[in-house]
Design a protein. Structure first.
Length: 157
């Protein structure tokens, strides 16, 4: 038993000495440091969500989402079509409809739907919101963002 204790003490001291005198390499640091992994997910920089009455023939309530996004791997890596990327909701979060998100290689993402399609008129624009995300070709997803609806005056907002 005394031999085991002596051997353990020698290794314990030797290990402590090697910590003091050993240089730290990037390999050593990677094993001992806890650092967050690189995040390659796209980010939503800004977004707006509005409803306006389109006056082409019969008036049509038109909902539009417009967002600017970025991606650390380049905006050209964004998926151009995200079938259910948007969730049209009441302000309490109850989903009314799913909307497809379409993104350009320049980092502009949009979605649109008519009020008749989703059952929401522009008269109640402030009672609705959209929760949406974007995704890149590698499957990295942005943090979902919620944008409150507002009344707009045209397709440009």
């Amino acid at each position: 038993m005394l031999f085991t204790l002596t051997v353990f003490s020698l290794f314990g001291c030797n290990e402590e000495e090697s910590k003091d005198t050993a240089s730290t390499s990037s390999e050593d640091t990677a094993l001992t440091s806890i650092e967050p992994e690189d995040d390659n997910s796209p980010s939503i920089v800004s977004a707006d969500f509005w409803c306006y009455v389109a006056e082409t023939g019969d008036p049509v309530d038109q909902w539009i989402l417009s967002a600017t996004v970025t991606d650390p791997q380049g905006v050209s890596t964004l998926k151009s079509f995200i079938p259910e990327g948007g969730s049209f909701q009441t302000l309490s979060g109850g989903e009314i409809a799913s909307l497809a998100i379409v993104c350009t290689p320049e980092g502009l993402c949009t979605a649109s739907a008519t009020g008749a399609t989703i059952g929401a008129s522009c008269a109640q624009a402030t009672q609705f919101q959209i929760e949406f995300y974007v995704e890149d070709e590698d499957g990295n997803m942005s943090t979902p963002q919620v944008v409150a609806g507002r009344a707009g005056t045209s397709a440009q907002g």
